[in-house]
Design a protein around this ligand. Structure first.
Ligand code: NAD
Length: 470
C-alpha cells in the first residue's frame, strides 16, 4: 500500500509513488507518495495556520505533548526497529538499541533542557525573550532516520515552532510510523506535516517557500551547499548538519586491546554510515602491524549477515546505489595505491542479492589519496602512520570536514590536551561516543549550527530584546 502525505492532521493520497527497497534482499519494503510543489504549498499553509496557536501554548503543554510522542515511540520501539531494518538494513539489535534508543534519548535530553530553560532573561537594561522562529522545514537523510527526525521535531516543537518534514526518500517508512503516532499523542492538526518525495521535487520548493522561516537540514555536503544557497538568497535562517571524515588518534601510550574494539565500533557500526564515524585511524609509525592485527581481531564478529538476525553486527549498506558508491571509493583507494588489508570491493559470498560489502581496511593511506579526504559512508577504515604528535594533529586537521574525532591515551589529561588541538565540533576521549545532552554539529564543511539539548532548541528560536521593560 502506498502511504500518502500527512497534511493538517490527515493522511492525504498523493500522485505517484516512490518504492522503498529492502537492501538486504532487493525486494520492495513499501511505498510512499511522490510529492511536488503543490503538496508543499498545502503543508506549509497548514503549518503556518497552526503556528500562532502552537506558539501561544504554555511551555508545560508543549513539553507534555513531546513527552507523549516519546512514550509512543517507546511503546512502538520493536515495530519501529523492524521498519528501520526493512527500509535501510540496520541490524535489528542495533535498530532497537541505537537507532530507536538514541531517538528516545534525544527527546529525553530535549525535554530536560526545555524544563530547565529560561525563556526570558534580563540582559543589561533589557528583557531578552526567546521566541519561536516560526514555520520550520526539516529535511533529513536515511542513515539514522528516526533520530535525525526527532532531533529536529522535538527541538522545534519545544521552541514553539510548527514543522514541515521531508524525510529521505530512501528510508521514509519510519516517518510514516512516526506520523501515525503524532495524532495519538494529541498533537494538534497542522503542527507537524510530513511530505514525501525527492529533493528536487519536494526539498527545493520547501526550502524556497516564502512562508518557511527556517530550514534545518541534515545530509550531504553537496546538497547542504545547494540548500544554503537557496536559503541565503531568501535571507532565511538555515542550519546544516553535513558529512565528516573524522580521525581516531591513538597516542603512543594507548592500550591497544581496549582501544581496537572501541575504534571498530566507532567506524563500522551502522555499516559505517554514520556522519561522525571515525574513519581515519592515525597510529604511531612502527606500530601499524600491531594495530592492523588488533583491528582484524576486533572485526572477527563483524562478518556481514542478515540484519534480521539478533546476532548481526554488520548489515547491508542502506541501498544498492549506496553499496555501489562505497565500492567506487574502495576501487579509488586501490587505484591510488593504498594497501588493502581486509575486505575489498567484491560482494561477500552467500548473501544473495543484498547490498552487502565486507568490512574493509586499508593501510599506507596518505593525505594525497582520495580515501584520506573523501567521505565514504560505508564500512571502510583508512590507516595512516604519524611520527610526532604535531604530525598527528596536522593529519587529523588535514580535512575539509570538521565534524568529529577521537583521541585515545592511557593518560586522560594528555588525551584532553590533544583533543583541544583538533578542529571539529565534537571529540570523544578513549571511546566516548555521542552525548545527546550536549551540542552536536560541525565546523568547516561539516556544517553550520548545533543540534541536541538546549543548543538544539535555541536553533529554533529568535531572541527579542525588549528595552525599558518593567
Ligand atoms: P542527501 O544530502 O543526499 O539527502 C538528504 C536529504 O536531502 C534527503 O531528504 C534528500 O531527499 C534531500 N535533498 C536532496 N537534494 C535536495 C535538494 N536539492 N533540495 C532539498 N533537499 C534535497 O544525504 P543522504 O545521502 O540522505 O545522507 C548521507 C549524508 O548525510 C552523508 O554525507 C552524511 O555524512 C550526512 N549526515 C550528516 C549528519 C550530521 O549530523 N552532521 C548526520 C547524518 C548524516
Amino acid at each position: 500500500m502506498t502511504r500518502g502525505h500527512f497534511l493538517d492532521g490527515d493522511w492525504v493520497p498523493g500522485t505517484g509513488a516512490l518504492t522503498v527497497t529492502d537492501p538486504s534482499t532487493g525486494e520492495p519494503a513499501g511505498a510512499v507518495a511522490a510529492g511536488d510543489a503543490a503538496v508543499v504549498d498545502r503543508a506549509v499553509a497548514a503549518a503556518r495556520a497552526a503556528f500562532p496557536g502552537w506558539a501561544a501554548r504554555p511551555l508545560d503543554t508543549r513539553i507534555a505533548l513531546v513527552r507523549a510522542i516519546r512514550e509512543g515511540i517507546a511503546r512502538e520501539r520493536d515495530a519501529l526497529a523492524r521498519v528501520l531494518t526493512a527500509e535501510m538494513g540496520a541490524p535489528i539489535t542495533f535498530a532497537r538499541q541505537a537507532q530507536v534508543g538514541v531517538a528516545l534519548a534525544d527527546l529525553d535530553a530535549l525535554i530536560a533542557a526545555a524544563e530547565a530553560g529560561e525563556p526570558e532573561t534580563q540582559v543589561s537594561r533589557s528583557r531578552v525573550v526567546a521566541e519561536p522562529a516560526g514555520v520550520v522545514a526539516a529535511i533529513t537523510p536515511w542513515n539514522f532516520p528516526l533520530h535525525q527526525i526527532v532531533l529536529k521535531l522535538g527541538a522545534a516543537l519545544l521552541a514553539g515552532c510548527t514543522v514541515v518534514l521531508k524525510p529521505s526518500e530512501v528510508a521514509p517508512l519510519n516517518a510514516v510510523a512516526l506520523a501515525d503516532l503524532l495524532a495519538g499523542a494529541g498533537l494538534p492538526a497542522g503542527v507537524v506535516n510530513v511530505v514525501f518525495g525527492t529533493g528536487p521535487d519536494v526539498g527545493e520548493p520547501l526550502v524556497a517557500h516564502p512562508d518557511v522561516d527556517l530550514v534545518s537540514f541534515t545530509g550531504s555536503r553537496a546538497v547542504g551547499g545547494r540548500i544554503g544557497a537557496l536559503a541565503g538568497a531568501a535571507i532565511k535562517r538555515v542550519s546544516l548538519e553535513l558529512g565528516g571524515k573524522s580521525a581516531a588518534v591513538m597516542l603512543p601510550d594507548t592500550d591497544l586491546t581496549t582501544a581496537a574494539p572501541q575504534l571498530v565500533g566507532a567506524c563500522f557500526a551502522n555499516t559505517g554510515q554514520t556522519c561522525a564515524a571515525l574513519t581515519r585511524l592515525l597510529v604511531p609509525a612502527g606500530t601499524e602491524d600491531d594495530w592492523l592485527d588488533a583491528v582484524a581481531g576486533a572485526l572477527a564478529p563483524w562478518a556481514p549477515a542478515d540484519p534480521r538476525l539478533e546476532s548481526t553486527l554488520l548489515g547491508p549498506l542502506a541501498s544498492h546505489p549506496q553499496r555501489d558508491r562505497v565500492r567506487g571509493h574502495i576501487q579509488a583507494a586501490l587505484a591510488d595505491g593504498a594497501r588493502l588489508v581486509l575486505g575489498g570491493p567484491e560482494t561477500p559470498a552467500g548473501l544473495g542479492s543484498g547490498a552487502y560489502l565486507a568490512p574493509t581496511v586499508f593501510t599506507g593511506v596518505d593525505p594525497a589519496m582520495r580515501l584520506f579526504r573523501e567521505e565514504v559512508f560505508g564500512p571502510v577504515l583508512a590507516v595512516t602512520a604519524y611520527r610526532t604528535e604535531d604530525e598527528a594533529a596536522a593529519l587529523a586537521n588535514d580535512s575539509d570536514y570538521g565534524l568529529s574525532g577521537g583521541v585515545w591515551s592511557a593518560d586522560p589529561e594528555r588525551a584532553l590536551a590533544f583533543a583541544r588541538r583538533i578542529r571539529t565540533g565534537t571529540v570523544g576521549l578513549n571511546g566516548a561516543g555521542l552525548d545527546v545532552g550536549a551540542p552536536f554539529g560541525g565546523v568547516k564543511q561539516s556544517g553550520v549550527g548545533r543540534e541536541c539539548g538546549s543548543h538544539g532548541i535555541a536553533e529554533f528560536q529568535e531572541l527579542k530584546t525588549i528595552m525599558g521593560a518593567p
